[in-house]
Design a protein around this ligand. Structure first.
Ligand code: ADP
Ligand code: MG
Length: 165
């Protein structure tokens, strides 16, 4: 499966790559006249840039307001027709049963883009990832890996590779 690696020099670069990912989905949607769900797992230490990347994505999908970290709420929804974007942060999840209570399965719809920080805390209850992102510190900068884990993920990364400078 495809793997892309980039060095992200600063916060703006992290936002930009999230924005490119949004552009890929919108471009595919225009080309193919259908939008397919995308599930992204985000791995990396605290402060690595998981929320920053998601912010770039959510804004790239057309959201104009704040993108706050869903640390306390577990999920922040964005209604961006024809998409439903859900940003999860499971860091504070103490019991996976909480995910059952919030009806986690209902979030994984046909038209969703789910970005999930700390996915290991929801192991067994989340939809499978299409793309797994790992962000690691490299001094003051970051290294980001995009790993495809489905045909859908492979397709998106193929386009990202062509569009990302
Ligand atoms: P996480 O969600 O992974 O805990 P955040 O996105 O909340 O991390 O915070 C990341 C922090 O690192 C922010 O202060 C942001 O300004 C900074 N940052 C993001 N991307 C980079 C980068 N590529 N290089 C250096 N600093 C970055
Ligand atoms: Mg975060």
């Amino acid at each position: 499966m495809k793997k892309l690696t980039y060095l992200l020099a600063d916060e703006a670069a992290t936002i930009a790559v999230g924005d490119y990912l949004a552009k890929v989905l919108q471009w595919q949607c225009q080309q193919q006249h259908l939008q397919q769900a995308l599930v992204v797992y985000l791995n990396g230490d605290l402060g690595a840039g998981k929320t920053t990347l998601t912010r770039g994505f959510v804004r790239g999908m057309g959201h104009q307001g704040n993108v706050k970290s869903p640390t306390y709420t577990l999920v922040e929804p964005y209604d961006l027709p024809p998409w439903q974007v859900y940003h999860f942060d499971l860091y504070r999840l103490s019991d996976p049963e909480e995910l059952e209570y919030m009806g986690i399965r209902d979030y994984f719809t046909q038209h969703c883009c789910c970005f999930i920080e700390w996915p290991e805390k929801g192991a067994g209850l989340l939809a499978a990832a299409d793309i797994i992102i790992n962000i690691a510190y490299q001094g003051e900068q970051r290294v980001i890996d995009f790993c495809a884990s489905s045909i859908r993920g492979e397709d998106v990364l193929q386009q990202l590779e062509q569009k990302y400078p």
